[in-house]
Design a protein around this ligand. Structure first.
Ligand SMILES: Nc1nc2c(ncn2[C@@H]2O[C@H](COP(=O)(O)OP(=O)(O)OP(=O)(O)O)[C@@H](O)[C@H]2O)c(=O)[nH]1
Ligand SMILES: [Mg+2]
Length: 354
């Protein structure tokens, strides 16, 4: 998939309605993190936490391999793409199949955006939470992950939530690797960023906070563990020092819900930050892409004029619609629509055996 393809967007009708300033846009939270860091548990707890305050988040599951889902997603990739069939059909291992499933699903991101646009227009949910696949690189370094991030950020206030496992980061080297990953995601996505230090019910988060705020303490810890790496790690730690200084970071427990109020305050300020500092940039990215598409079309028109009279058919729109023609993908309707749905009826998804 080519990242320079057009960014899918909401339908024109939805877009027009969304321009109504009186309607508050839902904040999109993209939840990322290493495998097993607690993303799904975090999403589930946040869902029940918000519901206590009569706020109902719009939930999107993008993990095609998730087996036990503790929350009820409004949109679920598993309804559309059968990842086991992808493994069989393309002879892939589990990780390759997850990437391919997400790529297949990207052909329907415009439908996903339309559903989110409807959430905006109908003012039904003030926050949308997107749970991502276990292997973080599937989302952060894949074209489909990048396209979805761009789609969301150029339409809604969008914040990246990086879930870090406190229990598995007590070694300074693992801690640093995790933080370097977070740092790379921050610079790649160019979006407001919150680090959630998860599992604070089983591990005291103070070690992580101390390491982030006191460079020397962290260096001492790292030298105790592995002296031969000290030069490299010192340099990296110094780089991270700058990253930490601007970082929104909150310890939470996704089991008890501890500190979720603090997390939500950070979401509010990050959404404001998005509107003030990022929105203009994202609108520019979108306009530039549109401009590039128009120039490409103009070039095709010009070449058509040059070769006119030769009777050849040129498909002017092929570059815009490439890979977006699969019409049998099903996106689960929103929960309130589901209740009107004929119960349990099978809906066709990607049938890879066809
Ligand atoms: N004690 C404790 N356990 C947690 C917490 N959050 C998650 N867990 C546990 O960590 C394990 C992994 O949680 P998941 O929510 O599946 O993690 P994930 O990041 O979604 O996992 P993948 O999608 O497979 O990458 C489960 O056993 C959870 O019960 C927490 O805050 N405290
Ligand atoms: Mg998960």
């Amino acid at each position: 998939m080519d990242c320079n393809e057009e960014i899918p967007s909401c339908s024109e009708v939805t877009k027009e309605k969304m321009e109504d300033e009186s309607l508050k846009s839902p904040v999109c939270l993209i939840v990322l993190g290493m495998a097993g860091s607690g993303k799904t548990t975090f999403v589930s707890k946040l869902d029940s936490y918000l519901k206590q305050f009569k706020r109902s988040p719009y939930l999107v599951n993008l993990d095609p391999a998730c087996k036990n889902m503790p929350y009820k997603p409004n949109i679920d990739i598993r309804d559309s793409v059968k990842y086991k069939q992808v493994m069989k059909r393309y002879g892939l291992g589990p990780n390759g199949a997850i990437v391919t499933s997400l790529n297949l699903y990207s052909t329907k991101f415009n439908q996903l955006l339309d559903l989110l646009g409807k959430v905006h227009v109908e003012n039904t949910h003030d926050v949308a939470i997107i749970d991502t696949p276990g292997q973080i690189e599937v989302f952060t370094w894949s074209a489909s992950g990048q396209i979805l991030t761009e789609c969301l950020a150029s339409t809604f206030p969008t914040v990246v939530v990086y879930v870090m496992d406190l229990e598995r980061s007590t070694s300074p080297i693992t801690f640093m690797s995790n933080m370097l990953y977070a740092c790379s995601v921050l610079y790649k996505t160019k979006l407001p960023f919150i680090v959630v230090l998860n599992k604070s019910d089983i591990v005291d988060p103070s070690y992580a906070i101390e390491w982030m705020h006191d460079f020397e303490t962290f260096c001492d810890a790292i030298e105790k563990e592995s002296s031969y790496m000290s030069n490299l790690t010192r340099t990296m730690a110094l780089t991270l020092d700058e990253f930490y200084s601007e970082l929104n970071c909150v310890p939470v427990s996704s089991i008890t819900g501890h500190n979720f109020d603090e997390f939500l305050k950070m979401v509010d300020s990050s959404a404001d930050e998005f509107q003030k500092e990022y929105r203009v940039e994202w609108e520019k990215i979108r306009k530039d892409k549109l401009q590039a598409e128009i120039s490409e079309l103009n070039n095709k028109l010009n070449s058509l004029e040059v070769s006119s009279g030769q009777g050849e058919n040129v498909d002017l729109f092929s570059s815009l619609s490439a890979g977006r023609e699969i019409s049998d993908v099903y996106l689960a309707p929103m929960a309130d629509e589901m209740s009107e749905d004929s119960e349990g009826e099978e809906v066709p998804g990607f049938n890879l055996n066809d």
